[in-house]
Each structure stands twice: as structure tokens, then as C-alpha cells.
Design a binder for this molecule. Structure first.
Ligand code: FES
Length: 139
């Protein structure tokens, strides 16, 4: 499998600045009792395949990257590269996610290792769709 790389500037990679932003609408997600709930009616970034949001802060125990995959399914990952812990982005036109840093560690749709200096997977979280809500088990 050939790896496709996101087009990012040198300083963006050096500083570890991801392409994926926070949700544009406050209150589109909530976390309680190990369950992260995303309201798809408010998370406009997840309406189109390839879209993604990063969720962190408040009482969320781990940073989470939520992707509406090119495969038409939703995916949620621990947003922490297995190399040095920087954040991840989906790679357009693929079902991979990739570290925003210099070494571009890349993972498959299930978080399996594909490319990069540390041959370890990332954690992917179980995700269920219930009408207009995504329920993600964050452990
Ligand atoms: S932190 Fe991700 S490749 Fe180094």
C-alpha cells in the first residue's frame, strides 16, 4: 500500500499544528460515564466524508479525533500519535489518519500502524450511531 501524505507546511509540522480543528459549534458534544456523545445535527464538520473534528478538554479523559470516513462510516481515535504523541488528521482520499508532525506516522482505518518511526498502533474507540448521535466509548 502506498502512503499518501497530507500537504502541510514545514513549520506546521515542526510545531505539530494539526489541520483538524475544534468543532465550530459549541455544545455539539458531551462526555459522561465513559461515553462521549456527539450531536451530528450540530457537528457540521462531520456531514461530509473526509470531515473531522478534534475533541479535548472539559472532563474528557483522552483527546479524541472523530472522522466521517471516506468509507461512509464514523471512526474515533485517541488523538495521540504513537511516536511522540502529537495530534492526527485524516488524509483526504484515503481511509488513513496521519500525524501532523515531521515524521508523518500514518495509521489505517482501525488505527493499525502503516508508516512512521514507531511501529505501534493508535487506539481506536468503539463507536455507535443512534439516529443523530454518535456514542463513543472512551476508555
Ligand atoms: S509525533 Fe507523530 S510522527 Fe512523531
Amino acid at each position: 500500500m502506498s502512503i499518501k501524505f497530507n500537504k502541510r507546511g514545514f513549520f506546521q509540522r515542526l510545531l505539530g499544528i494539526p489541520a483538524t480543528g475544534n468543532p465550530g459549534v459549541d455544545g455539539c458534544w458531551d462526555y459522561a460515564d465513559g461515553k462521549l456523545t456527539v450531536d451530528l445535527g450540530k457537528a457540521v464538520e462531520l456531514k461530509t466524508p473526509g470531515g473531522a473534528i478534534k475533541l479535548e478538554g472539559n472532563n474528557l479523559p483522552k483527546r479524541v479525533l472523530v472522522v466521517f470516513g471516506e468509507d461512509g462510516n464514523y471512526h474515533a481515535y485517541h488523538n495521540k500519535c504513537s511516536h511522540m504523541g502529537r495530534r492526527l488528521d485524516p488524509v483526504p482520499g484515503t481511509d488513513t489518519v496521519q500525524c501532523c508532525s515531521i515524521s508523518k506516522s500514518t495509521y489505517d482505518v482501525e488505527g493499525g500502524y502503516l508508516h512512521g518511526p514507531k511501529h505501534h498502533p493508535i487506539l481506536s474507540f468503539p463507536i455507535k450511531k443512534d439516529q443523530e448521535k454518535l456514542i463513543i466509548s472512551v476508555s
